[in-house]
Design a protein around this ligand. Structure first.
Ligand code: SF4
Ligand code: SF4
Length: 499
């Protein structure tokens, strides 16, 4: 369906009309579609201010959504988001656009829409990439409204049993999750090499689907090779809790070890608490706010007493920072979540902004010497956490490496957690644009800072027969000891991988 909005049972669809022929020509050229300015009920609109909707109803019975009614009211239906929404750019369906979703949510708040399967389907067709939020002239927080609406749907209609089982009983217990994955990994040999069929696992793991290039479960998990405390090299500056995230823990443990090495070399005592749980983002993105609240409380306890909580996973960083937005049940709890979120830092931002590391101490991993790399901005890093310049500073500082920008570096890769499974075709089309951008850049390797994006981009490149490496920035460099110049020991890195 193109260009229309289906609403609740019995509701008359509001149709947005545009120049289909022109849009199709644009689509063939790869150009973004034009915004459907005034598209909704355009005949009723006389000015942009008429499009604002202060009355969105009281949301009776919608425990989560009613908190965000003001966000829903912001949308003035200008359609500017249609230029930028990666899903809309592929599907040209009003329901895939922030405006369309927002309108459905308004109907829901006003009691004119029910929590039907069709409604969930519409609000589920979103990557939560926040591209629309970035460009929306009214700063409409559709991400807030969508997550809250999913929360109300899950509370009333429930989630599929498999998701509920994993969310409620597995994610809070790392040993159990690790054990389940380990058992699964014993049967990996049954799958064609490089392909996986795991489903209903959190965030990046839900990206594993038949026919996709998927990294194998690591033979040794991070918790099996990293101590609970790693002392600072030299004088301790900060006590840092390292939040690994599930992907790093079970699939990319070397990334985790390298990040911890960098932090300790820069004067941090690193606490790698065994009590940490999943960040909860995949859980509350799916609407299970109750379970994610429990995970959040567990993480608060696990990192008690740390000056900062640092993660190398962009999604985890944004998930941990969002606790006060979605999960607090009282003003006191909100204050606790805010205090926790204030300590959360992305690895790149922490190294550059807090540790203010001298770039000359960064030492390029030898296998990248003479290579040219480019950078993909994960949505959860750039739009959710405002981190974009810091990784570029690191890449520019690495002697022996050439860093160039790729076109549309901040364009979503199409992963969106379980989106890449539930909406696989659209996800693949979105990822294809990243491949085109990467190939246009002429770089040898693609660097990013989210293990989920690493998985999605590796899969996309492999589908296109491109064998270029996709690597987490933490694996690109090490840190020399602070007195390396005096000792003339420029090559000696510090940490768990040094020996
Ligand atoms: S979400 Fe923002 S950009 Fe999109 S129609 Fe509403 S006001 Fe315009
Ligand atoms: S968050 Fe991303 S996918 Fe969702 S409506 Fe906005 S731009 Fe589209």
């Amino acid at each position: 369906m193109t260009g229309g909005l289906a609403v609740a049972s019995g509701q008359k669809p509001k149709v947005v009309r545009g120049s289909r022929r022109r849009e199709e020509a644009d689509a063939r050229r790869g150009a973004p579609p034009p915004p459907h300015v005034g598209g909704y009920g355009a005949s009723e609109v006389t000015s942009m201010t008429d499009l604002a909707c202060p009355d969105v109803g009281d949301g009776a019975g919608l425990r989560h959504l009613r908190k965000f009614a003001a966000d829903v009211a912001q949308c003035m239906k200008c359609g500017f988001c249609s230029y930028f929404c990666p899903v809309y750019r592929e599907e040209r369906d009003e329901k895939s656009l922030a405006r369309g979703k927002n309108q459905l949510i308004r109907f829901l708040l006003k009691g004119e829409q029910e929590l039907t399967g069709g409604f969930y389907e519409a609000i589920d067709n979103c990557l939560l990439c926040k591209t629309c939020v970035q460009y929306c002239p009214a700063k409409t927080r559709i991400d807030h409204a969508i997550i809250a609406a999913r929360g109300d749907y899950a509370a009333e209609r429930g989630l599929p049993w498999s998701k509920s089982l994993v969310f409620r009983h597995v994610l809070s217990k790392r040993w159990l999750f690790g054990w389940a994955l380990r058992v699964g990994s014993w049967f990996q040999f049954l799958l064609p090499r490089g392909e996986g069929k795991f489903r209903h696992l959190p965030q990046f793991l839900t990206a594993l689907g038949a026919g996709r290039a998927v990294p194998e479960i690591a033979p040794k998990f991070l918790q099996d090779s990293l101590p609970e405390r790693s002392p600072a090299v030299g004088e301790r500056r900060y006590r840092v809790g390292y939040f690994s995230g599930c992907a790093t823990e079970y699939m990319f443990p070397e990334t985790g070890r390298r990040i911890v090495d960098i932090l300790t070399a820069l004067g941090c005592e690193v606490v790698f608490s065994r009590d940490q749980a999943c960040c909860g983002a995949p859980v509350f993105f799916s609407g299970d706010l109750e379970t994610s609240r429990k995970l959040a409380r567990q993480n608060l306890e696990a990192f008690e007493g740390c000056d900062y909580i640092v993660t190398g996973c962009a999604t985890c960083g944004s998930g941990l920072s969002d606790y006060p937005v979605y999960l607090s049940e009282s003003p006191e709890e909100k204050a606790r979540f805010e205090a926790f979120a204030a300590k959360v830092r992305d690895f790149n931002a922490f190294v550059i902004d807090v540790l203010t590391a001298e770039p000359e101490r960064f030492q390029l991993e030898p296998r990248f010497r003479g290579k040219t790399v480019t950078w993909h901005d994960p949505c959860h890093l750039t739009r959710h956490q405002g981190v974009a310049s810091q990784p570029r500073k690191i890449l520019n500082a690495l002697e022996g490496l050439r860093f160039i920008e790729m076109p549309d570096a901040d364009r979503c890769c199409g992963l969106g957690g379980s989106y890449s499974i539930t909406h696989h075709d659209t996800s693949k089309k979105i990822a294809d644009h990243k491949v085109a951008g990467f190939e246009a850049s002429g770089a040898d390797a693609l660097v990013t800072a989210c293990p989920g994006c690493v998985i999605q981009l590796r899969d996309a490149l492999s589908r296109h027969g491109n064998g270029a490496e996709v690597v987490h920035i933490g694996e690109l460099f090490q840190v020399r000891s602070s007195n390396f110049k005096a000792q003339g020991d420029a090559s000696a890195p510090v940490g768990h991988l040094a020996g």
